[in-house]
Design a protein around this ligand. Structure first.
Ligand code: NAD
Ligand code: UDP
Length: 313
């Protein structure tokens, strides 16, 4: 019998790639989404697959169903979107986690949480290992997302301790690739769209803050490998590409790869914007035998091709 897998946030950027991957592996996939930042276009090619089912549902509301595995990805991920309705963001992370954990508890399903490098806040430890407890401002504009995700991790571990659930937690670092929303506000999509449209490229602050960018295919591989680990392995495990770049380097690279005539301009740095971020992936290498295989240039080229087609189409 096919494994029945629920993917929340399945119509989003990462979720749609995950649904596709699981269908290829022979799973029956239930994609749950409220389309807050997700898009039907991301999954339209899956809709006539008899093993793919779309459920329009908000994870803030309880729901029950029979599944074998749950990947909990539902949550806006871009600062612009998660700060649009911060209370809804916290509710999505916290109530969404409770509602999905309750499904897992009811039908003894294995459940994976898409957590984030944001649990490390603006880190004083560099690179960040899983043992680092983070430096998050609990009352700032990013807190709805950061603290919501931290609380979701707490809930996962409490459901394991209290109800013996089989849980997995992955801490995802900045990931990019085809199907990011063009108006998503995240740096890679912003810079590529600006470059392709010949608009100014907006570097926030002095552009010396760093991020480490993972291509989507590598990330999906890491998530699936984590779900398939032995019961004893819970994570949290960092998934990301440790190649670190400043935002100014990224802007210059995108100008070069697109051959754009855009100018680089500087805009104010958003409040609480982390200065540096780079995953320590020692644990992922050891337990999952995983490390990224697609470097920034190759990943950006694929992403630029995607946006080129999307903006012209
Ligand atoms: P995304 O915004 O493209 O996808 C999120 C999806 O969740 C969307 O389809 C959205 O409509 C859906 N959603 C939001 N609120 C919902 C709700 N209340 N009920 C049901 N569905 C809801 O973002 P993404 O980049 O694909 O991120 C997916 C997950 O991975 C998120 O949980 C995010 O926090 C996590 N993550 C992503 C990154 C990254 O760089 N992409 C980094 C760290 C963590
Ligand atoms: N950023 C930028 N210009 C933009 C969008 C973002 O310089 O048009 C910066 C942002 O200030 C941050 C980095 O790029 O330092 C990554 O931002 P993103 O929103 O993609 O992810 P996060 O801050 O959540 O890691």
């Amino acid at each position: 019998m096919k494994k029945r897998v629920l993917v929340t946030g399945g119509a989003g950027f990462l979720g749609s790639h995950l649904c596709e991957r699981l269908l290829k592996e022979g799973c029956e996939v239930l994609c749950m989404d409220n389309f807050f930042t997700g898009n039907k276009a991301n999954i339209i090619h899956l809709l006539d697959n008899p093993y793919f089912e779309l459920i329009r549902h908000d994870v803030q509301q309880p729901i029950l169903m029979e599944v074998d595995e749950i990947y909990n990805l539902a949550c806006p991920a871009s600062p612009v979107h998660y700060q649009f309705d911060p209370v809804a963001t916290t509710r999505t992370s916290v109530l969404g986690a409770i509602n999905m954990l309750d499904i897992a508890r009811k039908c003894k399903a294995k459940i994976l949480q898409a957590s984030t490098s944001e649990v490390y806040g603006d880190p004083e430890v560099h690179p960040q290992p899983e043992s680092y407890r983070g430096s998050v401002n609990p009352i700032g504009p990013r807190a709805c997302y950061d603290e919501g995700k931290r609380c979701a991790e707490t809930l996962f571990f409490d459901y394991k301790r209290e109800f013996d659930l089989e849980i997995k937690v992955v801490r995802i670092f900045n990931t990019y690739g085809p199907r990011m929303h063009p108006d998503d506000g995240r740096v890679v999509s912003n810079f590529i769209v600006q470059a392709l449209k010949g608009r100014d490229i907006t570097v926030f602050g002095n552009g010396l803050q760093t991020r480490s960018f993972c291509y989507v295919d590598d990330l999906i591989e890491g998530i699936v490998r984590t779900m398939n680990t032995d019961r004893e392995f819970t994570g949290p495990v960092n998934l990301g590409n440790p190649e670190e770049y400043t935002m100014l380097e990224l802007a210059k690279k995108i100008v070069e790869l697109t051959g754009s005539k855009s100018s680089i301009v500087f805009r104010p740095l958003p409040e609480d914007d982390p200065m540096q971020r780079k995953p320590d992936i020692t644990l992922a290498k050891k337990v999952l035998g995983w490390e990224p295989t697609i470097g920034l240039q190759a990943g950006l080229e694929k992403t630029i091709d995607y946006f080129g087609e999307r903006l012209n189409g």
